[in-house]
Structure formats: structure tokens, C-alpha cells
Design a protein around this ligand. Structure first.
Ligand code: PLP
Length: 435
């Protein structure tokens, strides 16, 4: 046995699963090379922004209290703005998560009587309460902000004539979600988002175009802010935090819009001037520095999984060859037992809590039991290898992340091994297929 086989065996991977993985990995060399080139480009983009904005050791100092003159905070915001080619950015530990960042951007831009338009169907679940699609305390609806949604065409793309009709004199802001999240539609490329924004701006140049950029950062060489988005919004416990940010969100865009966001986040009159960073700046800077290569690792994991599971006969979305616009991979496993085994495999591969066994439970807000695997350094971090599956047909698991490719690889091999050990799958070594 080679050293490599031995160490995989110690981690519970049988020889046949390991060999199957090696064959798949070999076949993916050209794709991986492409991801590496994108990571190289994005790494240089971030480095250039850090140099241009003179990041210094003083940026990592702790601040407390009001946090006046926090040079780390102000420099980090300049680095985000430079990287995403926007006039300004708001990047703070006081933004608690992605939903909060989106809620700030919406509430800061909309006033009573204004209308919010989603031209790409239903937004992410948590936004339903922010908007008031599901009645909720403090929603935009309570403030007299109306909402309109244009359904997608059957193929998952934009219904341009219907979007044209939906734009009206009250339309103030258009929200576009880049990643499909946990829906079945495709995730959109930056180019497709750019076309949609151009279509809207040609008709209504005054409408604000906001993109929910969650899970999309650094997957491509450009971001939606390069193709006309007025604001892009995301979470730091996903791609741009690079696995190191322990909390946070960002909004990058036009100066006037970001100013409004800052007044909404803190208070009218105070805006960006307050907000101590309590020692997290080092992690924010370093995480952003690592984010292009971390995202690349997660992408390799997603494509590896798509190829493994497609070869084993399961439907995968996106499929094994499709181009990628976010880091999420869905696998339809067909039975509850397989969903549970898959998640147990991912959990068993984790650096943290590898010895615990996830079980399905009735999570608030879901209409079926859900099982989640996450052995993360940061609670709930989904740039770290994680998976979840609702226990209902078609019994699909969604998984994402992986701070390193090697960890993502082990996680996927562990999931295959767990399926085999639970009797849900049988590898025919010679053909590399299920029997
Ligand atoms: C994760 C996510 C959000 C919300 O982010 P949280 O940090 O979980 O609040 C919003 N939109 C999309 C597309 C997401 O993937």
C-alpha cells in the first residue's frame, strides 16, 4: 500500500472508493486548471487592491467604544470597493449575516410608496420575511413598501416582456439573486445578470439594481458590479470571508447608496463614522486575501461531487459538465436513508465534531425534517464543508464549501463510503459504476 492509500484507509476510505475517486479526479484535470487560473486572476485582483489602499500593520489594531477613526475598518472597506470596482463599501462585524446585509440595503434604499421588484422569481427564503411576502414584524410591507415578482420562464431564465410590464412609476429597486440557493432554477452568470441589468436600465435608468451575491464571489473573474449593478451584497461566512471571518456582511456599490446603508446600519447622522471592530480586522483582511483560493477549493469539491455522483447514476444539479456560477451542488439521492448516510459521511470528514452523528430534526421554518452536516470552525459557516437535506422527495442533498480541496475531496469520498456501508450503494470496481 502506498502512503496515500494508508492515510485514506486510516480515515475510513476503502481502497475501491479511493481508486474510484482517483479516476474521477484525473478526468477533471482540465477543469481544475481552469478554476486555478480564475483563482490566480482573482488573487492578483485582491492583492492589487490591498497594495493600492496601503494595507498596513496598523489596520489590525483593536478598536473599542465608538470606533472613531478606525483605520483598519476604513481601509478594509476601500479594499472591498477597489476589488469589486465600486465607489464605496460597507464591511462590518455589526452586519450579522447575509440576510441582515440584504435587509439593510433594501430598507436604506426604499421609502413608503416605493415598490421593490424581483424579476427572477422568488427570492431566498429568509428574504420573504424581510420583504413581508410572509407577514413578519418589521418587514418592508409594514412600512408601506410594495413588492412585485416576475416568475421565471420554464427554462429558469428571465421573462423579459413580463419584466418590462412589471416596471412602473413606483419601481425603485430591482433585486437579482445570483445563486439559485435551494431552488431548482439555474444560477446566473455575471454576463446574464449584466444583460438583465442593461434591459432594466435602458427602460428605467433611475431604478437601483441590487444583486444578492451570496455564494458567487470569486467564482468568475468579474462580479455583478462590473456589469452595472448599483449594489452587491453578501455574507462573510461565505466566500469573501475566506473561512477566517468569524461574522460579518458587506455591501459594495455607489457612494450615495452605501451612505444610506451606513445611516440605516448605525444611525442617521452617524453613518460610517462609528462601529468599533473589536479585533476582527486581521481575520477580515486575511480571509479576503484567501477568499479566491478558498472559493476555488469549494468549486473543485462541487465539480468532483457532481462527477462522482453522476457516474454513480444519481441526478446532479448543476451536472458534471456545466459551467459554474456559485459553489452549491445538489445531488438527488432518492431515499431518506441515502440523504442521512450522505450527511453522516460529510460530518465524519470534518476537522471539528467529526465524532458526532447528525440526525434529521424539525427545524423552525421548514415543512419537513432537515438533516445538516457541519463540523465548522465558525458556527453555520457554509464556505466550510457543509451539507443539508430536507427529508422529503426527491430526497436531494445540497452541499457546499471546503476551505481546502483536499478536505472537500475527503468529505465526498466519506459520503460515498457511508452510502456503501449503509447498503445504499454498491461500487462495481471494474466499471466504476453502481450495480
Ligand atoms: C445564504 C444566503 C442568503 C442569506 O445569508 P445568511 O448569512 O444565511 O443570512 C441570502 N441569499 C442567498 C442567495 C444565500 O445563499
Amino acid at each position: 500500500m502506498t502512503e496515500m492509500e494508508t492515510i485514506y484507509k486510516k480515515l475510513g476510505i476503502s481502497r475501491e472508493v479511493w481508486e474510484f475517486g482517483e479516476i474521477i479526479e484525473k478526468s477533471l484535470e482540465p477543469r481544475f486548471r481552469e478554476f486555478d487560473r480564475t483563482a490566480e486572476y482573482n488573487q492578483l485582483k485582491v492583492l492589487y487592491a490591498m497594495q493600492e489602499n496601503k494595507v498596513s500593520e496598523a489596520c489590525f489594531n483593536h478598536t473599542s467604544g465608538y470606533g472613531y477613526n478606525d483605520i483598519g475598518r476604513d481601509t478594509l472597506e476601500a479594499v472591498y470597493a477597489s476589488t469589486f470596482h465600486t465607489e464605496a463599501a460597507l464591511v462590518r462585524p455589526q452586519i450579522t449575516c447575509g440576510t441582515h446585509a440584504l435587509a439593510i440595503a433594501l430598507a436604506a434604499s426604499l421609502r413608503p410608496g416605493d415598490e421593490l421588484l424581483s424579476p427572477a422569481g422568488k427570492p431566498y427564503d429568509t428574504l420573504e420575511e424581510v420583504i413581508g411576502i410572509r407577514p413578519s414584524k418589521g418587514s418592508l410591507a409594514e412600512y408601506g413598501i410594495t413588492y412585485r415578482q416576475v416568475e421565471l420562464l420554464e427554462n429558469g431564465y428571465f421573462d423579459y416582456p413580463a419584466i418590462e410590464k412589471a416596471l412602473n412609476t413606483h419601481t425603485k429597486l430591482v433585486t437579482i439573486q445570483r445563486s439559485k440557493g435551494y431552488q431548482t432554477r439555474p444560477s446566473y452568470s455575471v454576463e446574464q445578470i449584466g444583460e438583465l441589468i442593461s434591459f432594466i436600465k435602458e427602460r428605467r435608468p433611475d431604478v437601483i439594481c441590487m444583486v444578492d451575491n451570496c455564494y458567487g464571489e470569486f467564482v468568475e473573474r468579474t462580479e455583478p458590479s462590473d456589469v452595472g449593478a448599483d449594489m452587491i451584497v453578501g455574507s462573510l461566512i461565505k466566500n469573501p470571508g475566506g473561512g477566517l471571518a468569524p461574522i460579518g456582511g458587506y455591501i459594495a456599490g455607489k457612494e450615495s447608496l452605501i451612505e444610506n446603508c451606513a445611516y440605516r446600519l448605525t444611525s442617521p447622522g452617524l453613518g460610517k463614522e462609528v462601529g468599533a471592530t473589536l479585533g476582527v480586522m486581521n481575520a477580515f483582511f486575511q480571509g479576503f486575501f484567501l477568499a479566491p483560493t478558498v472559493t476555488c477549493s469549494a468549486l473543485k469539491g462541487a465539480v468532483f461531487a457532481a462527477n462522482i455522483y453522476e457516474k454513480l447514476g444519481f441526478p446532479v444539479v448543476p451536472d458534471s459538465r456545466e459551467s459554474r456560477h456559485d459553489i452549491i451542488q445538489a445531488v438527488e439521492l432518492g431515499t431518506p436513508e441515502r440523504v442521512i448516510a450522505f450527511c453522516k459521511g460529510i460530518q465524519a470528514a470534518a476537522p471539528v465534531d467529526s465524532y458526532v452523528s447528525p440526525e434529521p430534526w424539525a427545524m423552525p421554518g421548514y415543512d419537513s425534517d432537515v438533516i445538516m452536516a457541519s463540523g465548522a470552525f465558525v458556527q453555520g459557516s457554509s464556505i466550510e464543508l457543509s451539507a443539508d437535506g430536507p427529508i422529503k422527495p426527491p430526497y436531494a442533498v445540497y452541499f457546499q464549501g471546503g476551505l481546502t480541496w483536499y478536505h472537500a475531496k475527503l468529505g465526498i469520498l466519506k459520503s460515498v463510503q457511508a452510502l456503501i456501508d449503509a447498503g445504499g450503494l454498491c461500487l462495481n470496481k471494474k466499471e466504476g459504476e453502481i450495480i
